[in-house]
Design a protein around this ligand. Structure first.
Ligand code: 3PG
Length: 394
């Protein structure tokens, strides 16, 4: 499906509504992780280079339609201003005559609206709210890949009122994630993480991958489905049912489960830990990381692959004792010549924590959005850009 392209679109000197995803962790007014902000800089610089006036808009957290002072976006505007080394004017609302007047009268090139989710209309995809947002600019650029799985007013409804196109980050995300969906073979998916609601993603992995290496809490559902005892390790009955279904598929022999674990006697960063075989986890023990034999096995499976997709840490990486699996596999990726793509909120957190991003071809900025895209489910934000192209191309 076609979309407008920033490089060829007549964007010079336009006022651009730029939807970004700056949903970043903030503590005491300080942005703790600015990777999503950095990822938007190429589009911002492109627009500045074309003499555009930029109206930036993001959501932050889940204020559910209320004005929550801690979720104001001022710290983000400050961080962006530091990164760009130029002034970013932060506005105290998103819509209305006063905001429009401020934008029209301002000589500044970058103005940032208040948190979009202070209006419940944002998450309700309200056409009236979207119309008021659209009224602030003459072109809409969406560079918020991480929220494109949401049918929200600043992501979907707004495209009904303005010519709309993706920013450079969205194009980059689509380019690389498509490489995961049409992989060079052999393809290996690494799957882990604490969240077990990844059925559609596992179904895609079964179709696209030659091997699926499973760690994290995800593996316990599969082990339990096979009748292997997992002690007190994290698992829920619904995931076990799903795992049972997956294991009945002919392609289930692609799934490779851990052969040993680092276990703890209690859930604590300083708990006594030891290595046990996969079928020797005691009733009171908690498996918190894959063991050394599994790390070696996973490395071997990865070595000759041409495409690697990684979603989900392989252990409880927040605690140093149980971070070995995630760290070692991440380091090993640096030695492999393949297309290496990682995505998902926890995965990105682990990759940044252990400084592994340089070992990857692409680290997606999406959490839920990346999983949705890879699972081939609907992405309203991207569909909207394609529909807009049909409407405005002539
Ligand atoms: C994310 O952080 O994954 C995106 O910003 C989407 O946030 P949401 O899950 O609150 O919609």
């Amino acid at each position: 499906m076609k979309r407008f392209i920033l490089a060829t679109f007549p964007i010079k000197s336009k006022t651009v509504f730029l939807r970004v995803d700056y949903n970043v962790p903030i503590k005491d007014g300080i942005v703790l992780d600015n990777h999503k902000i950095i990822a938007s800089l190429p589009t911002i610089n492109f627009l500045l280079g074309n003499n555009c006036k930029i109206i930036l808009a993001t959501h932050l957290g889940k204020p559910a339609g209320n004005v929550v002072p801690e979720l104001r976006v001022d710290p983000i505007a400050k961080e962006l201003s530091l990164l760009l080394k130029r002034k970013v004017i932060k506005l105290n609302d998103c819509i209305g005559a006063e905001i429009k007047e401020k934008i029209d009268n301002s000589k500044a090139k970058i103005l940032m609206l208040e948190n979009l989710r202070f209006y419940k209309d944002e998450e309700q995809n309200s056409p009236a709210f979207a119309h008021s947002l659209a009224d602030l600019a003459n072109v809409y650029v969406n560079d918020a890949f991480a929220v494109c799985h949401r049918k929200h007013a600043s992501v979907e409804a707004i495209t009904h009122f303005l010519p709309s196109l993706p920013g450079l980050l969205i194009e980059k995300e689509i380019f690389f994630l498509n490489k995961a969906l049409k992989p060079k073979k052999p393809a290996v998916w690494i799957m882990g993480g604490a969240k077990l609601n990844k059925v559609d993603l596992i179904k895609q992995a079964l179709k696209k991958a030659d091997n699926i290496l499973i760690g994290g809490a995800l593996c316990f559902a599969f082990m339990k489905a096979k009748g292997i005892k997992v002690g007190m390790s994290k698992v829920d009955s619904n995931s076990v049912k799903i795992a049972q279904k997956v294991l009945r598929k002919w392609s289930a022999d692609k799934i490779i489960l851990p052969i040993d674990f680092m276990i703890a006697e209690k859930l604590s960063p300083s708990a006594e830990s030891k290595i046990v075989r996969y079928n020797k986890i005691g009733p009171q023990q908690i498996a918190l990381d894959i063991g050394p034999q599994t790390i070696a096995l996973f490395k071997k499976k990865l070595t000759n692959s041409k495409t690697i997709i990684w979603n989900g840490p392989l252990g409880y990486f927040e605690w140093a004792k149980f971070a070995q699996g995630t760290k070692e596999i991440g380091r090993h990726l640096g030695k492999i010549k393949a297309i290496k793509i990682a995505g998902g909120g926890e995965t990105a957190e682990a990759i940044h924590k252990f400084h592994l991003a340089h070992n990857l071809t692409h680290l997606s900025t999406g959490g839920g959005a990346t999983l949705t895209y890879l699972a081939k489910q609907k992405m309203p934000g991207i569909d909207a850009l394609e529909n807009n192209y049909k409407k405005y191309k002539n």
